[in-house]
Design a protein around this ligand. Structure first.
Ligand SMILES: [Zn+2]
Length: 352
């Protein structure tokens, strides 16, 4: 594949924008814009260390490690919310992000721990988020579903407490649970949380292999049996694991720019293991993870892979299809959404 001209790139972006897409690895809190955070800072009279101006705040988002990222995520973003109505900034930004990318279906993580610790009521937050999803549906016709990130950063008791709250206050906007946060806390400890979630009919997914090696991915598979794995990029170091993921059709939620930021396993896009995964028949999906933190969008992620020659137009179409089919949408909705894409792609002469 040769290099892509600016004209080809513009045509491709337009094509991507025209397609109704699904995104399945995205953190709600990371959809808030820096502008909204600045407003919340003024409104709630907040003080962030080293932040005097809006420019300072933008600089804080220059992340280079996973721990730095977790720090900004928890101590700046989540800490900016002081009252229930602050969530309206977040939901408004989320709606705009989805609309601007022509994402018609999204599964979005929400991590309640920090908010609960700050005194927010879980049932009230769930009600606000559920109403927010309803508003986005009414306003834009976009379906927004939540996965509650029970969290790996605050220990297993906290994760179990989050699961119990999720089960008690579940609404039809909630699909299941996820496990984000630091990977140093062993997956084995969370086995009972996942077992219980499955017993109660929740979908289960888990981050893994973003910051730790393939053995961490094996652990998550063995102890948590997630339906999808978030990142999983260190799996590229283990051929057996690559084969296993391909055979079992376990989808990987790949977030290229996020991996370039945290720099643990990827230093340049051309060397991203997503290509190896794709070539080895792994069920690969493409996602943005944390748009505000990484200054990216779902469309940008596909563009990054296309313009750098990682994936062709036809391969991009296959990836768009994977996002739809790896989601937790009912089968007939998946078929309908892909049929709509196929029609548009055929009209645009992309081979799918
Ligand atoms: Zn993530």
């Amino acid at each position: 594949m040769g290099s892509v001209t600016p004209e080809q790139s513009a045509v491709f972006r337009k094509m991507l924008l025209s397609l109704p897409k699904a995104e399945i690895h995205l953190h709600l809190e990371a959809l808030i814009t820096v502008e909204s955070l600045w407003k919340l800072r003024q409104k709630n009279a907040l003080n962030y260390q080293g932040v005097q101006t809006k420019e300072d705040l933008y600089k804080k988002f220059n992340i280079s490690t996973l721990n730095e990222f977790i720090d900004v995520f928890i101590n700046i973003i989540q800490n900016s919310f002081k009252t229930e109505d602050d969530f309206s900034y977040l939901l408004e930004d989320a709606g705009k992000y989805l609309k601007n990318n022509n994402i018609v279906y999204a599964e979005v993580f929400f991590a309640p721990t920090k908010f609960i610790k700050s005194g927010f009521s879980f049932p009230q937050m769930i009600e606000t988020l559920t109403n927010g999803a309803r508003l986005i549906q009414q306003k834009y016709g976009i379906e927004l579903k939540y996965l509650i990130d029970v969290s790996r950063t605050f220990g297993v008791d906290n994760a179990m407490a989050n699961l119990n709250l999720t089960l008690e206050y579940r609404t039809d906007a909630i699909l299941g649970i996820g496990l984000g946060g630091t990977e140093s806390s062993p997956a084995k400890e969370y086995a009972a949380v996942y077992q219980k979630a499955r017993e109660y009919g929740l979908h289960v997914v888990a981050h893994s292999g973003e910051d730790m090696g393939p053995e961490a991915v094996w652990d998550v598979i063995q102890f948590l049996q997630p339906e999808r794995i978030g990142h999983g990029i260190s799996a590229a170091q283990d051929k057996k694991l690559v084969d296993y993921l391909a055979e079992r059709r376990i989808p990987l939620e790949i977030c290229p720019t996020s991996n370039l930021f945290t720099r643990k396993y990827v230093s340049k896009i051309e060397g991203h293991p997503v290509k190896l995964f794709y070539d080895n028949n792994i069920f690969v999906t493409i996602n943005s993870d944390d748009p505000t933190l990484f200054s990216t969008t779902l469309v940008d992620e596909y563009m990054l892979l296309y313009t750098n020659g990682v994936f062709s137009a036809a391969e991009t179409a296959a990836l768009l299809k994977n996002n739809i089919y790896a989601s937790f949408m009912p089968a007939e909705k998946k078929d309908a959404l892909w049929a709509e894409n196929k029609k548009l792609l055929t009209a645009g002469t992309v081979d799918c």
